[in-house]
Design a protein around this ligand. Structure first.
Ligand code: F6R
Length: 609
């Protein structure tokens, strides 16, 4: 997904900008570019493909300045190409901009600029209109021109602009797309995401919606939409840039799979006090609020949605309150029944997923109370929520989400337990039992990780399969969806997940001797029913990899291979059961020679609709 980096300082802007763009590579992109003010003109250089293509065309010494803006693009309007890459310039080359987001009325603006000002557009992008708008309003004051231009724009944007006549500054503005200003010494930065800046700065300002910011080498001045100067608290980024390195693993995904015991432990630790009680530091939701809710709505996308599937079952079971769940892209367009008695839970690793953010706003406008489960501190979802349960997974770089999912599950358990307790639905014994089960998870996940070689061997054996099914019942069906998504997104194998009891209503028609079925059977009270479902598919010739808790070895009689996870309460088994599925997907993709950390067509953070 698109990334913005800008630098204003003493010299060598291009190095800082390129370095920042590289830090954002993990988000996925198809082209990159940079603009510098040089000798009274803006010189834009851009190239389709990887940043190294761009580096080749900017390494001449004469291409340098103390100010620069750069961008990595992920195509939305117009194919990936040199011309469509950012930055975009205005007609006479005196202005350049980079943009994240979508300008919804760009066609309208485009026609108007062509008709009234004879503007000739070079690209097919929506973003180019921004450069021309700023250009026509520019009268020696970039801030004023940017403010005037945004009055014409509808949609979502984070924009950074430079002008040839003011070569000592960057002006940036945002609406519904993240933007952060980094505070350096004798230099300052602007970026769409904190990792882009971490090599150089630790202190940042979050730029809020409809704010404009002017950066010079000695100053960062933020203005609200009325042009009034805003005082913003400095945010200190405590996480380490090295956390974003691979630390010896072949891929970020494998590193992140192995970081799960730590992430789970950390997420628990932050919410348990010394007496083992769930602490709600920073959470404003009271016991009375909880008693007042008559419904919970969970909304998210992709893997986060799958965490929500488990969350729904757990909250209903422990807190005895009805829970609806929906994918964010559907929720926002179907006038859902939400009111001030609804607790709306948004789950998002990045906290910037546009569909989730829009759903959150829809629920908020209807009076719902917003609780979010988010990994990125200070992200848009976090900032727009009434309360936030952070997942302490650390930065997740691989596009395929792993440690975010398991830590999201932990938050769902904590929320369910807290609500259950507040409503009197969970008694002391059950509360203690569940907390003990949760606390035991990091060690149990470690034990699953020790089976990596055996799971890799299974992946080697089956990596040539073209259809792999995942089946399960109860909580296992939720985990099946996640296992299937993981496999398809990084290995490109066709995969399908289905509640095992539903197979006989149609899907079983697809089973034959070529099919591999991964059958999850970790729910004790559904174990026998699951074994029957396995027998049904086996009778059609499918090969079976069973997944069960240690000690439940009857499954061996009906499976070709079995993976065991440590004994645990049924409720928490999703945290253990998903890990072999992540490892299996990883190694299948590896044996198929796929680009694991950056699968084709996917981006880490989906900030467009
Ligand atoms: C899959 C994956 C995606 C994300 C989804 C939501 O591995 O990563 O399905 O889960 O795009 O992203 P967040 O959680 O950032 O809102």
């Amino acid at each position: 997904m698109c990334g913005i980096v800008g630098y204003v300082g003493e010299s060598q802007a291009k190095e800082k900008v390129i370095d920042g763009l590289k830090r954002l590579e993990y988000r996925g992109y198809d082209s990159a570019g940079i603009a510098l003010p040089i000798n009274g003109q803006i010189e834009i250089r851009k190239h389709v493909g990887e940043i190294k293509n761009l580096e080749k065309i900017i390494n001449d010494e004469s291409y340098n300045a103390a100010v620069g803006i750069g961008h990595t693009r992920w195509a939305t309007h117009g194919a990936p190409s040199d011309i469509n890459a950012h930055p975009h310039g205005n007609q006479d080359g005196s202005i350049a901009i980079v943009h994240n987001g979508i300008i919804e009325n760009y066609q309208e603006i485009r026609e108007w600029l062509t008709r009234e000002y004879g503007v000739e557009f070079k690209s097919e992008t929506d973003s180019e209109v921004i450069a021309h708008l700023i250009g026509i309003y520019y009268d020696g004051d970039l801030l004023a021109a940017v403010n005037r231009a945004v009055e014409e724009m509808r949609g979502a944007y984070a924009v950074a602009a430079i002008a040839a006549d003011e070569p000592d500054k960057i002006v940036a503005v945002r609406k519904d797309a993240p933007l952060v200003a980094g505070i350096g010494k004798g230099c300052n930065f602007i970026a769409s995401d904190i990792p882009a800046l971490l090599k150089y700065v630790r202190e940042v300002y979050f730029i809020e919606n409809n704010e404009t910011v002017v950066l010079t080498k000695d100053d960062i001045v933020i203005y609200d939409e009325n042009g009034k100067q805003v005082k913003r608290d400095v945010f200190h980024v405590s996480w380490d840039a090295d956390a974003a390195e691979k630390e010896g693993y072949d891929h970020f995904m494998l590193k992140e799979i192995h970081e799960q015991p730590k992430g789970i432990g950390e997420t628990l630790l932050r919410r348990l006090d010394e007496n083992g009680e769930i602490n709600l530091d920073g959470i404003t939701m009271t016991k009375e609020d909880i008693e007042n809710f008559n419904k919970v709505y969970i909304v998210a996308c992709g893997t986060a949605y799958h965490a929500g599937l488990v969350g729904k079952m757990i909250i209903e079971k422990l807190a005895k309150i009805p829970v609806e769940i929906d994918v964010a892209s559907e929720f926002r367009y179907r006038d859902p029944f939400v009111d001030d008695k609804t607790l709306f839970i948004a789950i998002s690793q990045s906290g910037e997923t546009l569909d989730t953010l829009a759903a959150l706003r829809e629920a908020k406008s209807k009076g719902a109370r917003i609780l979010s489960v988010v990994n990125v501190v200070g992200s848009s979802v976090a900032r727009e929520s009434d309360d936030v349960f952070y997942t302490w997974a650390g930065p997740e770089i691989a596009v395929a989400s792993t440690k975010a999912y398991t830590t999201q599950l932990i938050c769902m358990y904590l929320i369910a337990l807290y609500m259950g307790r507040a409503k009197g639905a969970v008694d002391d014994a059950q509360y203690k039992f569940m907390l003990d089960e949760l606390k035991a998870l990091p060690e149990k996940v470690e034990a699953v990780l020790k089976q990596e070689d055996a799971i890799a061997a299974l992946a080697k054996k089956y990596h040539h399969k073209e259809h792999i099914f995942f089946i399960g019942r109860g909580l296992d069906s939720g985990v099946s969806y996640e296992g299937s998504l993981k496999l398809k997104e990084i290995s490109y194998i066709h995969s399908f997940a289905i509640a095992a009891g539903e197979l006989k209503h149609g899907t079983i028609a697809l089973m034959d001797t070529e099919t591999l079925v991964i059958a999850l059977a970790t729910q004790d009270f559904l174990y026998e029913k699951m074994v029957s479902n396995i027998v049904e598919v086996r009778a059609r010739g499918a090969r079976i990899v069973g997944l069960a808790k240690e000690g439940k070895d009857e499954i061996e009689k009906v499976s070709d291979e079995v993976i065991y996870v440590p004994e645990c309460a049924d409720e928490v088994s999703p945290v253990l059961a998903v890990v072999p599925l992540q490892i299996f997907a990883y190694y299948v993709a590896k044996y198929r020679g796929c680009n694991i950390d950056k699968p084709k067509n996917l981006a880490k953070s989906v900030t467009v609709e």
